[in-house]
Design a protein around this ligand. Structure first.
Ligand SMILES: [Zn+2]
Length: 338
C-alpha cells in the first residue's frame, strides 16, 4: 500500500504503477505548464498553519480564493478565550494576511468534533458561535461532524446543524478517518433528520467507498488530496472520470501536518494530462465549491475573479506582513498578481 512508499520531494500523494508514479513525480515539478490561465478555489485549507511562502505559491499557481474552516489545533484548547481569539483571527488577521497576497479569504466557523468531547467547554463555545457565524465572509458552519463517533460528538453536531438551519448557512462536514463509511452515512442521515437540504451540506474527505452514496443522496462530495491517508491525485482523476464533475470538489486541507497546499493545481494538471475535459476540471477545482458556499450569500465572484488589489503597505491593527527593511508590493492597477 501507499504508506510503505517514502514521499519524494513535495509530498503530493500518488500510488499505482511505476509509470503513473513517474507521471506524478513529473507533475509535482511541472504542473504549472498544464494549468496556465486556470483559476482555482480551495474550499478547505488551514492557512493559519501555513507560511507566507505558501500564500505566494498559491497565488502564483492561480488560487484566487479559499475557505479556511475552523478546526482543532493539534492540542486541546483549555478555555473559551482560546476559541474566541481563534475565531476572531479567522475573520481578522488571517483574512488580512491572505489579502496581502491577492487571495480572497473566507472561513467557516464551528466547534470541531474532537473538542466537542470536552463538554463543559463545548457548551460555552456553542454560546459564542452565533456571533461569529454572522460575521462578513463566514460562508458556513464547519468543520463539524464525527471523529470518534461519540455521544458528545453527535450532540454538538446536531446542535450545530440546528444553528446552520436557523442561519441558513451551508454545513461543512468532516468525516472520520476510522469507520469512515459508517461515520459518513451517519452524518448524512442526521443532517436529513434535522431537515437540512442535502445541497446545503458539503460532505468532506470522501473516498471510493463513500462517494456514490453521497452523490446519490444529493449532497456535495469534497475530496481531500492529502499525502498517505486520504485521496491521491491519481485516484481523484479516476473518480472524476467515473462519476463526472457534478457536485464534486477537490481541496488540499493543508494544515500543520504534512500536506500540500498546491494539491488542487497539481490535481488539475494531472486531470489535464489524463484528458479530463477542461470544463470538468474547472467545475471540480473552482466552480462547484463556489456554488456550494455561495449559498451563504457571502461570496461575490466579482470580488476575486480578476485578483485582489495588493497593497502591502496596508496594516491590520498596526501590523503588516512585512519585516523591517522589506519593500512592500503594491499592485493596484494591474489585474495580474506578480
Ligand atoms: Zn480540516
Amino acid at each position: 500500500m501507499c504508506q510503505e512508499h517514502k514521499p519524494v520531494g513535495n509530498p503530493s500523494h500518488f500510488e499505482g504503477t511505476e509509470q503513473e508514479k513517474t507521471t506524478a513525480h513529473a507533475v509535482d515539478g511541472t504542473f504549472a505548464q498544464y494549468t496556465q490561465g486556470m483559476k482555482f478555489f480551495d474550499p478547505h485549507v488551514h492557512m493559519t498553519s501555513r507560511t507566507t511562502d505558501d500564500y505566494q505559491a498559491l497565488a502564483d499557481a492561480g488560487v484566487v480564493a479559499l475557505i479556511e474552516p475552523a478546526f482543532w489545533l493539534g492540542q486541546p484548547r483549555t478555555g473559551l478565550a482560546s476559541f474566541k481569539d481563534y475565531f476572531a483571527s479567522l475573520v481578522g488577521w488571517e483574512r488580512f494576511r491572505s489579502s496581502q497576497f491577492g487571495i480572497k479569504h473566507y472561513c467557516t466557523i464551528g466547534l470541531n468534533s474532537r473538542e466537542a468531547n470536552h463538554e463543559a467547554l463545548a457548551e460555552q463555545v456553542m454560546e459564542i458561535l452565533p456571533l461569529f457565524l454572522q460575521k462578513e465572509g463566514v460562508v458556513g458552519v464547519g468543520e463539524i461532524g464525527f471523529d470518534d463517533q461519540t455521544a458528545a460528538e453527535e450532540k454538538y453536531y446536531r446542535a450545530q446543524l440546528e444553528l446552520a438551519k436557523e442561519m441558513n448557512l451551508p454545513v461543512q462536514v468532516h468525516t472520520p478517518h476510522r469507520d469512515k463509511k459508517k461515520g459518513t452515512e451517519r452524518s448524512m442521515a442526521i443532517a436529513l433528520e434535522h431537515g437540512i437540504k442535502p445541497n446545503m451540506v458539503i460532505i468532506d474527505h470522501n473516498n471510493e467507498e463513500t462517494v456514490k452514496s453521497v452523490l446519490d443522496q444529493g449532497f456535495y462530495a469534497a475530496f481531500t488530496i492529502y499525502p498517505f491517508t486520504k485521496m491521491g491525485n491519481e485516484r481523484m482523476v479516476e473518480i472524476v472520470k467515473q462519476y463526472g464533475p457534478e457536485r464534486i470538489m477537490v481541496n488540499s486541507a493543508a494544515d500543520w501536518g504534512i500536506s500540500d497546499p498546491l494539491a488542487i493545481p497539481k490535481t488539475a494538471a494531472l486531470m489535464k494530462i489524463k484528458e479530463v475535459p477542461d470544463e470538468h476540471i474547472r467545475l471540480v477545482t473552482y466552480q462547484n465549491a463556489l456554488d456550494a458556499f455561495a449559498q451563504s450569500g457571502q461570496i461575490q465572484e466579482s470580488d476575486f475573479i480578476n485578483g485582489l488589489e495588493i497593497d502591502q503597505t496596508q496594516k491590520f491593527n498596526g501590523n503588516t506582513v512585512l519585516r523591517g527593511g522589506q519593500a512592500p508590493r503594491v499592485n493596484k492597477d494591474s489585474l495580474i498578481i506578480r
